[in-house]
Design a protein around this ligand. Structure first.
Ligand code: DC
Length: 218
């Protein structure tokens, strides 16, 4: 089976990962995988079941009974749980508040990392998350760690009307025992605080070219 190329984009909440990944996907024809949506989908189901997200044993028991399906729609990743795509609910205040606890559970990570790696069977991917360069695809040479000033990141969430304690999530995501958010070996750091979207994309393309990523012919 041919294994394809993976571009890993990691960074804290609202650092610009999704925006960059989407544009790279469109410009380079890559499948875009939003790994956070997968953690959010499991969290959504945990909440639907009335389970306390901090109760690890209960989360693991629920996970064992979940049918987590990941796929693609065009170049976009899709996720459904027991046949349901949670859609907008993935970004609800409740999911924002619970997702760090659920994603710190090693069994949840093991299950989702396996599904994330499966995407490489389908084609070249750009995948964004917290541990893509460190755990999911440690061997890929194409890695970017995105960052931005915490105030800039908090205001990005507010601008889209989302209630999200960005700082609290970052603390939990960086401090957990399994696969914490960190700069992966070999990753180039891109701080988007002073960048427009376009200049951030240009900087990312320059980084990828420097890492040896061959761009498709225009
Ligand atoms: O990228 P996001 O903000 O939608 O991610 C939501 C949460 O999912 C994030 O706070 C931590 C978790 N996550 C993770 O632990 N590992 C990933 N690769 C992606 C997300």
């Amino acid at each position: 089976m041919t294994l394809h190329r993976a571009i890993a984009i990691d960074g804290p909440a609202a650092s610009g990962k999704s925006t960059l990944a989407r544009i790279l996907s469109q410009r380079l024809g890559l499948i875009m995988v939003n790994s956070g949506a997968m953690y959010r989908a499991v969290t959504w189901k945990v909440l639907q079941l009335g389970i306390d997200p901090a109760d690890r044993a209960a989360v693991v028991a629920a996970l064992r009974n979940m049918d987590v399906q990941c796929g693609v729609d065009g170049l976009d990743s899709t996720v459904s749980i027991d046949g349901i795509d949670p859609g907008e609910a993935l970004r609800s205040e409740e999911v924002n508040a619970a997702v760090s606890a659920v994603s710190a559970v090693p069994e949840v990570r093991e299950c989702l990392v396996s599904l994330q790696r499966d995407y490489l069977k389908l084609g070249d991917v750009v995948m964004e998350g917290r541990d893509i360069g460190s755990v999911v695809f440690p061997e890929t040479p194409y890695k970017i760690y995105m960052d931005a000033d915490p105030l800039v990141r908090a205001s990005r969430r507010e601008e889209v009307g989302e209630v999200d304690s960005v700082a609290a999530r970052d603390k939990a995501d960086s401090g957990r025992a399994t696969a914490p958010l960190k700069i992966a070996d070999g990753a180039a750091v891109l701080d988007t605080s002073g960048h427009s979207i376009e200049s951030g994309v240009e900087a990312a393309l320059a980084i990828l070219a420097g890492q040896g990523f061959e761009m498709p012919a225009a």
